[in-house]
Each structure stands twice: as C-alpha cells, then as structure tokens.
Design a protein. Sequence first.
Length: 199
Amino acid sequence: MAPTSSGAKIIGMNPQRRQLVAGSALFAGSLALGQSALGQPVAAPSSPGVEAKAGPLPAPGTPLRLPEVPLLDGTVFRPAQADGRVLAVYWWASTCPFCALQSPEMQKLWESQRALGGKGLQLLTLSIDRKPEDALAYLQKKGYTFPVGFVTPEIHRVLPKPKGLPITLIRGRDGRVLQAEKGQLVPEDVELLARWASA
C-alpha cells in the first residue's frame, strides 16, 4: 500500500468480498417523522424519501463535520474528542442483515482499539432504527458495547448518512475522509481499518 501524494495510504478493497446494499428494501424499519427545532415536521434520516435523495459516499479528502451525539449509554460524544484522532463512523440498523454480519466485527475492532487507549482508532456508530429502544434492545441482546448514537434529524443535518447501509467512514486526524465504504465489510476488511490509526 503505497502512500498517495498527500501522504495518505489507500487500502484497496475487493468489491467481490463484500455484499452491497441495493434498493431501499432494507429500510423497512424507517424512522417516523421528526420535528425541527421550530416544531415543523422533518423527514427522519432513514425514511424512504430521504434515502432516495441521499448523497454518494464522500470522496477521500472531503472534510467531515461531526455533531454532538447523545449516546445510548447516557454519555455524549463531542466533536472535540476526535481532534487529532482517527475516527471510524459506522451507520447500521438492527433490521439490516448486512449490518448483522459486520457489527460483530466492529465490536472486535472496538475492543482491540479501546485497549490501546489514545493511540487506537476511535469508533462512533449511528443507529437508524425506528426507535432508540429497538437499537438498545438489539445491543443488549448481542452484548455489543461500542459507542452508539441514535440518528435524529438534527444529527443528520450535520452528518448526513450517504445512500446505502451499512456505511463505514474513516475520518483522519485532520478531519478529512480517508476511506468510505458502502455495504458489508468482511472481517479482514474491518481489521484493516485499524491501520489508519497507526499510519
């Protein structure tokens, strides 16, 4: 893996090793309408209409803004926590069969990187389930402990989910996208994500 002119390493992914999400059938667990700060209806991030208009994956080098995200464990992810750190952002849903295959690998990644403290890859996962309770019940059933936020319209305005599911982005120390993936990553690909933290 040779460095690019910007110094970033490009990790090649074999698209035949992944299953890509096609269509909007996986969004049966769409969120209901939310409300804006002004009390006006705002389409939820995973509603079919929003998904149909969702943008493509961000290109490497694109700045990636982060919102403040209340986590389901009662803590809060704040953007400053990612300053100077490499961060993986992972959108998933408990109803997504491809996420069901990738999420166990994300849990392993979280455990291995947490053990490295400040030198490891940070992880922020974002559930697009119908209700936070659905996501929380799923996490408890599976024993997942990775940080999870529930996507609200407010979070979606700052950090919109690209089209597809699951979505995995790597944000570099400079706040720019290093890698963007749509569809299920196999275990070997998830393991490779950790290399960005040691680059």
